[in-house]
Structure formats: structure tokens, C-alpha cells
Design a protein around this ligand. Sequence first.
Ligand code: CMC
Length: 431
Amino acid sequence: MASDTITITDNRTGKTYDLPITDGTVKALDLRKIKVDDDDFGLMTYDPAFMNTASCRSEITFIDGDKGILEYRGYPIEQLAEKSTYLETAYLLIHGELPTGKQLEEWEYEICHHTILNENFRKLVDSFRYDAHPMGRLISSVAALGTIYPESKDIFNLDTRHKQIVRLIAKIITIAAFNYRHTIGMPYAYPDNDLTYTGNFLNMMFRMTEHKYEVNPVLSRALDVLFILHADHEQNCSTNAMRAVGSSHVDPYSAVAAAAAALYGPLHGGANEAVLQMLTEIGSVKNVPDFIKRVKAGDGTKLMGFGHRVYKNYDPRAKIIKRVADEVFEVTGRNPLLDIALELERIALEDEYFVKRKLYPNVDFYSGLIYQALRFPTSMFTVLFAIPRVSGWLSQWQEMLLDPDQKIARPRQIFKGSPRRDYVRMENRSK
Ligand code: CMC
């Protein structure tokens, strides 16, 4: 008779243990029963970087990396990218279901009417050096925003939580845009509530002297689709930071600032910028074969925007982005780097080196080309990743808070340092 258990024999003692298997996992705490003697702490698992450890149960995002599947709350990313909007997708992530017409109207109204920043906040933005990195600005600004809303500490009050979620999703575009305007020495452009979320963001970024900013619907829709694609990606580095920091029951502004800091790292949110640098360096389609040769020679050169820890197939987001790129270039004119990207992809997908290693284009391969065509500076690319990810972080944070299994995150360690020893006075230390 098959049973959902695993029998482990400890060869140190000859004892056997039956441990339950639930959802394809054993509870790490169950291993603690496995001891050599009563004084033994019990067996632990060693898993740096959580390569094979589920840290939570989640109902938000599903990824099957081998098949190239990504779903938010069960809805395939392809359908959301085609039929939904970023704000509707954010509602879905946070509430678990698609909104009714009335719910969506209220949600859009709420977000739209919270985009304005407390006027004191301008002084904070003004205080950065003109050339401060947009991500450093974003991280500090979000943390500072929390100081304006002390009630945000009341994280178990549903209404308060909802208010902060709305504020964060709404104000993140204003924070990003104000910081950009400060960098280029332009007066801040205030939100315009007649516009869509992405239209309003483009307005705050790029409005010049015109009374009303004219949003190009193709460009704002393209940005909206990119926001849908970046909204969540289950337990990645920044989401893990959001959950870990949030598990101390800090306010959500501080937790989002921590998650954004994790995203800032080049191994996480910075690859789209690297793709653009790579394409610029290659410079021309005729140089592509030589570049591929260098990558294959293993001299440390990587084909940036290719490969993924989870996807061992075409990243479903990359397919959608490629289509969006065509639509954007119809309006903005073709980005000359696109031909280099297409040739790189064509050669790589036929080449044994890449095929054998299951290296396919990931989300970052084409997104930078679109951001560039939309006139965003390269240094803002990670900000464009962070803006939509705020809704994913907040939905994961809320799920963590309401999960009775969760406690303050606190991993164990294997201590390999010096055993106890007595303090040595300075004059007795060897030189
Ligand atoms: N170009 C050339 N070779 C590569 C690449 C690449 N982009 N990616 C992996 N490889 C090789 C790697 O050298 C290794 O070869 P070998 O077996 O001969 O040693 C093999 O493929 C397996 O790679 P890995 O390093 O074990 O794979 P990983 O899962 O640890 O790394 C990755 C995943 C995304 C860090 C890596 O593919 C990479 O550095 N890609 C380029 C950077 C990039 O585009 N990052 C964006 C990720 S998507 C954004 C997000 O979702 O957050």
C-alpha cells in the first residue's frame, strides 16, 4: 500500500523514521526528530540560496519553467497581457479574483486619486544630488514615504492595509517621475487624473510646457503590457526580501524599500540594462557571429538576456515583449539595435551550445529596447521593473501576514567558527 510518507534510516544510529510528505515536501522541522542522542539538536537541512526549499504556501503565481508557463492566480500571462490592464492585474494579484466592472472602476478611481505626493516630499526629492541613481532615490523615497503615514504600522487592520496598498501602487509612479525630473532639472509635473495609470506616468515623466499632455495610446498600452509582465514572479530574490522583512511586522513602506533594494542588484533587476550595453558594444549585425564565438569560448562573455534559473524554455514574457516591440517601433521608428538582437536570437536558437544548455531569451532581452524607444534613460530600467512589481510584493506580503504558518523569518546556520576562547589583552596578541 503506497502511503504519503518517507522512511529515513539514520545510519549513525540504525533508527528509522517515518515522515509525512505533504504537497511534495517534508517539513524541515520533522527532521529535528532525527537525533544521535537526547543532547543532539536534531538534523537540519543545508540549503544556501533556497535552491530546494519552499519557504511558503502561495496561491498567487505559478511557474512551470520547463514548459514556459507563467500564471497569475491561474490566469495565463498571455491572456492577461492581451486582455487585461496593469491595474486590473494588480487587483487580481492582491484580491485573488478578477474585479467586477464596479470593483475595477472603484479600484482605478482610488489609485488615480492617491498619486499625489505630500508637498513636503518635494524637499526630500530636491535633496538628492542631481546625478543620484534612480534606484537609490526610489528605495530611500519609498522608505521616507512611510514616515508620512504612521498608521501604516497597523498592518493587521484590513482597512489600513488596503489604504497603504493603494497609496504605494499609486505614489510609486509619482516618486519615480519626480526623481527623474529633478535629475534633468525640469519642474515637477503633477499627476493628471484624467489619464490611465501608465498615461499619467508618461505625463509626469515627459510633459513639457503643454497644458495637457497628449498620451500616445500605443505607447501607454505597451508600457501597460510590460507592467503586467513584470507584476509578479513568485519567490524571487526581492519577493523573498519583502516577505522576510515584512515578517518582522514592519510597515509596508519599509518592506517595499527593502524589496526594491534587493531588485537593484545586477543579478536581479539590472540585466535589461546590460543587454542594451551588450547590443551597443556589438554595434552591427556583421559582428554577431564573432560575439557568439566569444560567448562559446567561455571567456566569461555572456549573452545577456539569455538563460534563466527557472525557465529552461522560451520565457513566455519574452515572446509577448517581442510582439510589443514591433508595435512600439511602428510609432517610434525602429530601434537600430533590434536587428542585432534578432540576429543574436536567430543564431543562438540554432546553435548547439545554447540548445544543449536550454538557453532561451528571457524577459530582459527585448524590454530594454522598448524602454529606450519610449525615451526612458537606461539608468531607469530597474525602476520600470520595480513600479509594477510593487503590486506583486504587496500581494505576497499580505498573503504572508495572513498565513498562520508564518513567523518571523529566521534561518539557522551551521557554525564553523572558533570554539569558545578567552579574550586576549592587546599586549599579548601576536603581531
Ligand atoms: N550566455 C552564455 N552562457 C550561459 C548563459 C548566457 N546568458 N547563461 C547560462 N550560460 C551557460 C553557463 O555558462 C553554464 O554553462 P556550463 O554548463 O558550460 O558551465 C550553463 O549555461 C548553465 O548556466 P548556469 O549559470 O548554471 O545557469 P543559472 O540558472 O545559474 O543562471 C542566469 C541563470 C539567468 C543567471 C544566467 O543564465 C545568466 O547569467 N544569464 C544572463 C543574465 C540575464 O539575462 N539575467 C536575467 C534573468 S531574467 C530576469 C528575472 O526574471 O529576474
